[in-house]
Every structure is written in structure tokens, then in C-alpha cells.
Design a protein around this ligand. Structure first.
Ligand code: HEC
Length: 160
């Protein structure tokens, strides 16, 4: 990984992974508690989710022209990342002194948290399917539905 990260061939996506590898190495050296490591891992996942969704969000805000290929790429990345969300919340961090925006409800109302993530996974699968059609209106609607799925979970389970 290190050699690879230092090579001059690093592309943008790989650079993000390299940055994450550096972050997790730093944590390992600090000897973070299991809860601190869990928070670092899940925040890293959301950083990647945010990074992957960003071009689509920009298209929705008219900050970038519509381009079906860009949406397809984002959706393909999100299809890999979205199902990982419940996995990175298996460590209950409610009692640990960690800096997190995760709300208690994730553990006290886990069924709803999982349902919100299932809705996110489904919206992403739909976006990926329709992005191939290239039809601007359909793709934009599907993209907006993904944005809503992010927001629905944040409203219930993330502090402002
Ligand atoms: C099932 C719930 C859920 C879904 C779906 C979800 N998020 Fe989140 N997100 C959270 C929670 C909870 C946190 C707070 C994590 C923490 O601080 O430990 C968070 C944090 C974040 C962060 C901050 C990461 C950091 O730097 O600490 C970003 C950015 C983010 N989410 C973007 C998104 C985007 C974009 C989507 C949709 C494409 C999305 N999230 C979907 C629950 C969700």
C-alpha cells in the first residue's frame, strides 16, 4: 500500500484510500480504544460515501452539468459502500468518551436504523439501474431519492 501510495501513478480515488490508510495507521500508533477505532472507521466510511455522492449532489444543485456517466460511477461506488453502514455500527459507543454525532437511537432503535439503511441501499440500486438509461429526468429523480435517504437517516440518527 505505502509503495503504491507513494508512486506517481496515484489517481484521485486511490489517493482517498491512501489518505484513509494513513489515518488508520496513525490511530493504530496511538493505540486507540475499540470505541475510538470504531468511530474513526465509521466516519471514514461516511467520508467516502460523501465523496462518492458529491458529484451527484452537485448535479442536483445545478453546480455541475448533468452527465449520466458521472452518475453511474457515483452509484457504482455507493453500491459497494452503502451495505457496509450497519457493519460499522456494531461497536456500541454510547458509554465511551468519543467525539461522535451518532445518536443513541442507533442502538436503542436499531431496527429503524437498519430500515433507514435498507431504504438507502435500495435507492442506490435504483439509481445505478436507471443511470444506465441516461434519461435526465428519471436519473435526476432517482438521484434526489438517494439524497432523501441520506437525509432521512441523518434526521433521526445524527446530531446536527
Ligand atoms: C442509515 C443511516 C445513514 C445513512 C443512510 C447515511 N448516513 Fe451519513 N451519517 C450517519 C451517522 C449516524 C453519522 C455520524 C457518524 C459519527 O459521527 O460517528 C453520519 C455522518 C456522515 C458524514 C460526516 C462524516 C465525518 O466526517 O465525520 C457525512 C459526510 C455523511 N454522513 C454523508 C452521508 C451521505 C452523503 C449519505 C447518502 C449518500 C449518508 N451520509 C447516508 C448516518 C447515515
Amino acid at each position: 500500500m505505502r509503495l503504491f501510495c507513494k508512486s506517481g501513478l496515484v489517481k484521485l480515488g486511490v489517493a482517498t484510500l491512501c489518505a484513509m490508510a494513513a489515518v488508520s495507521t496513525a490511530h493504530a500508533q496511538e493505540g486507540g480504544s475499540p470505541e475510538e477505532n470504531a468511530v474513526a472507521l465509521r466516519q471514514s466510511l461516511f467520508k467516502l460515501i460523501g465523496y462518492s455522492f458529491d458529484p451527484v449532489a452537485r448535479i442536483l444543485r445545478n453546480q455541475q452539468p448533468f452527465d449520466a456517466a458521472t452518475v453511474q460511477k457515483s452509484a457504482a461506488r455507493l453500491e459497494g459502500l452503502a451495505p457496509m453502514v450497519p457493519e460499522v455500527f456494531t461497536v456500541d459507543t454510547r458509554k465511551a468518551s468519543v467525539k461522535t454525532k451518532a445518536r443513541e437511537g442507533i442502538w436503542t432503535n436499531n431496527a429503524d436504523f437498519k430500515a433507514k439503511n435498507d431504504a438507502f441501499v435500495k435507492a442506490v440500486a435504483n439509481l445505478s439501474a436507471v443511470a444506465k438509461s441516461g434519461d435526465k429526468k428519471t436519473v435526476t429523480q432517482a438521484a434526489a431519492a438517494v439524497g432523501k435517504a441520506c437525509g432521512a437517516c441523518h434526521d433521526s440518527f445524527r446530531d446536527k
